[in-house]
Design a protein around this ligand. Structure first.
Ligand code: GLN
Ligand code: ZN
Length: 745
């Protein structure tokens, strides 16, 4: 019995890598300085694991940007537009692919499974000439070896790599990414041979795609690829690691019959059914790496129960190894375990099975869990009763959307193609400074309120001058759309350094939901009603929806996620109703993260969508017909969940526009449904100002599919990241184009 860590946060405990990267990108420090920071981080992690007694310590889990991009570099799969000369890939080509450069845009980025991490999507076609172009895996192995630590080098496995790729732009539709397997295997062989020569005794291939619902021909790629690698791998310890969910029975069978593989890693925290497959049969003589410590959450492990699982597994398998999927007020602190503590947990569990149980450590863990279970800070009976009372009823507004839109129109009297924005306005350095000073108690509440009021006043005047129809207050009081609410709701805490990498050097610090959620007092009413008092035009109240708050937090693990979501929904319902009472007639409830909470397996989607959509409806189930509920989502590729989006029963849905035709089907469904739809009419992420004719052209294309009475005109979300000058010109053109078309209709 030995301990193993699958991965580890690489950004550094104080985001050291982030700052080193950004300083290098700004030309303020040299490549050597960046390399030094990176090497120090790697050695600190390796030493910490070694000192904690971990047996299988990983290497090549560090990355300057992203591990999939590292694999692209290893394979020399650089898209032509970066003009790579075919030599070993250095920082310039690597960061050009990641972030673009003066003349070429970056490669596409997309979400890594069901996490909030984003990876760089490989672009592959039949003409890519693969070659061994980055020796990073071998270099990192050697680097650890010099420190006296023999690591397991980790590679993204060949099949998952191809399945995570997309066909390059000019490639024919019929092109199959998996057909490239023969082209990449030779490079994998070269890397493996070098690692062997360097003295590595183990290798780990991450094949997380095995947890998805794969088609038969995709599954068949695994036996094919690993048979091809067999001659190079023979006589070696080869671990194939999976994570994030169960490995379906069919995939389990295929995986465990791979001859070249000697060890299998499974996530037994998120995947509870894999245990059944293991019980039904595990290949004799092979190793099991059992993932029993949750690397994706921050709660201390229930060591006693993990030990039970391990003991049971030990009886079945004989040889068990253990895995931790770490990626990543004193009482609450004792309930948590971040990466460092998880390493210690993993080791304590391994020791308890093989040598001797550290009784003191185990009893401290049991005491912390007991204190968490019985703490009055966790439980709020009123909230629990309210959630229990929700059961079985379906919260829905009494009338249908067309009836409501008529009632709202009588009150709002909006022109056709009404114009609006998604909520935030540019956040200047001054504004950030003042918010910061207020938090640090360097300025008085009065000064702060006056400053924000002035800011809101400016934003209101700005929009009136632009002649926008439905206004927003600009969100100047918010640093982040989840943090702002988490700070005011009970049941949330915030860490100082609980950073999670989102992409590249960007990190987020998710709030921790530790207890029952309630809303002690109104959170946005003051700002929204202040803003409304400054204008005769409708002012949108601006809230973050329960599903997004849930999905962007560390969620308690002692009750089902849906229960926590319902608690947040009830708290937000109070806020919605208080906004309505204060005279706000349009309320936008952002559900930016609804889609990313979708489970990885199709069989679990319906259950999630049902409670997520229900949670959203709860928030506004009590408002009058004349109150217009908007929702906003940051993506438009929700073809497969369109019925759930409609089931949210919002009056107006604003979405990010995509140039793809996919959006059309969403539009068509929207027509049937009858709600207002506001697809972003221009891309705010580019500094380029869209000319009026171009926006008008876009609106006309939308009108070819949509009735003019349901179309709204708005940009995509994220104005807070732009400059006022850009926003002014772009919105001027947007309003002009709406007017132009109104006149033609
Ligand atoms: N109301 C928010 C804004 O405009 C929405 C942010 C988001 O969707 N990510 O900034
Ligand atoms: Zn958005």
């Amino acid at each position: 019995m030995a301990s193993h860590i699958v991965g580890y946060p690489r950004i550094g405990p104080k985001r050291e890598l982030k700052f080193a990267l950004e300083s290098f990108w700004d030309g303020k420090s040299s490549a050597e300085e960046l390399q030094k920071v990176a090497a120090d981080l790697r050695s600190a992690i390796w030493m910490q694991m070694a000192e904690a007694g971990i047996k299988y310590i990983p290497s090549n889990t560090f990355s300057y940007y992203d591990q999939v991009l590292d694999t692209t570099a290893m394979l020399g799969a650089v898209p032509d537009r970066y003009n790579w000369n075919g030599t070993e890939i250095g920082f310039d080509i690597y960061f050009s692919m990641a972030r673009g450069n003066a003349s070429v845009p970056a490669m596409e980025m997309t979400k890594w499974f069901d996490t909030n991490y984003h990876y760089i999507v490989p672009e592959l076609g039949p003409d890519v000439k693969f070659s061994y172009a980055s020796r990073k895996a071998v270099d990192e192995y050697n680097e650890a070896k010099v420190l006296g630590i023999d690591t397991i080098p980790v590679l993204v496995g060949p099949v998952s790599y191809l399945l995570l790729s997309k066909p390059a732009m000019a490639v024919e539709k019929s092109f199959s990414l998996l057909s490239l397997i023969d082209n990449i295997i030779p490079v994998y062989k070269e890397v493996v041979a070098e690692l062997k020569a360097a003295g590595a005794t183990w290798i780990q291939f991450d094949e997380p795609m095995l947890v998805k619902d794969l088609e038969a021909h995709q599954l068949q790629a695994f036996p094919y690829a690993y048979a091809e690698l067999e001659s190079t791998l023979s006589g070696w310890n080869v671990l194939v690691e999976t994570y994030f969910a169960d490995v379906p029975a069919e995939a389990y069978k295929i995986l465990t019959s791979l001859k070249a593989v000697t060890a299998y890693g499974f996530d037994l925290v998120r995947g509870t059914k894999t245990l059944d497959s293991i019980k039904q049969g595990f290949p004799p003589g092979k190793f099991l790496f059992a993932g029993v410590v949750d690397g994706r959450n921050i709660w201390a492990n229930n060591l006693a129960s993990s030990l039970n699982t391990l003991q049971a597994l030990g009886d079945i398998v004989g040889k068990v190894d253990r895995v931790n999927e770490t990626k990543l007020d004193e009482e609450i602190k004792s309930w948590l375990a971040f990466a460092t503590q998880k390493v210690v947990e993993v080791n304590a569990l391994a020791k308890a099975l093989s040598e001797q149980k550290a009784e003191v450590f185990f009893s401290a863990n049991a005491a912390a869990l007991a204190s968490r279970k019985s703490s009055l800070r966790v439980t709020n009976e009123t909230v629990q009763k309210a959630v229990a009372a929700l059961n079985d009823s379906d919260h829905r507004r009494a009338t249908n959307v067309s009836v409501r839109l008529d009632a709202q129109q009588k009150k709002l009297n909006l022109p056709i193609l009404p114009t609006t924005t998604i909520g935030s306005f540019p956040q200047t350095a001054d504004l950030r400074r003042v918010r910061h000073e207020f938090k640090a108690k360097k300025i008085s509440e009065e000064d702060y309120v006056n400053f924000i009021k002035e800011e809101i006043n400016n934003v209101v005047k700005f929009q009136e001058e632009l002649d926008i129809d439905v206004l927003v207050h600009g969100e100047p009081e918010r640093n982040d759309m989840v943090e702002y609410f988490g700070e005011q709701l009970s049941g949330f805490v915030f860490t100082a350094n609980g950073w999670v990498q989102s992409y590249g050097s960007r990190c987020v610090k998710p709030p921790i939901i530790y207890g029952d959620v309630s809303r002690p007092k109104p959170m946005t009413v003051f700002w929204s009603s202040t803003a409304q008092s400054l204008t005769k035009r409708p002012m949108k109240g601006m809230l973050t929806g329960p599903v997004t708050i849930l999905n962007w937090s560390f969620v308690r693990d002692d009750q089902p996620r849906f229960e926590t979501c319902y608690q947040i929904a009830l708290a937000m319902k109070d806020e919605v109703e208080d906004l309505e009472k204060s005279g706000i007639t349009v309320i936008q409830i952002d559900e930016a993260a609804l889609r990313e909470g979708l489970p990885l397996r199709k069989s679990e989607e319906a259950f999630y969508l049902n409670w997520a959509v229900h949670s959203f409806r709860i928030t506004n189930s009590g408002v009058k017909d004349t109150t217009q509920i908007h929702t906003h989502m940051c993506y438009s590729n929700f073809n497969e969940i369109i019925h759930s989006i409609i089931d949210m029963d919002a009056d107006v849905i604003t979405i990010e526009n995509s140039r793809s035709d996919k959006l059309l089907s969403v539009f068509r469904e929207g027509v049937k449904y009858g709600a207002g739809i506001g697809p972003g009419v221009y891309d705010i992420h580019s500094p380029r100002i869209p000319p009026t004719e171009e926006i008008a052209d876009r609106i006309n294309k939308m009108l070819a599919v949509l009735e003019s009475n349901i179309l709204w005109v708005n940009p995509d979300c994220g104005l807070k990241t732009r400059k006022y000058s850009e926003v002014k010109s772009a919105l001027t053109n947007m309003v002009a184009s709406a007017k132009l078309i109104r006149n033609q209709l």
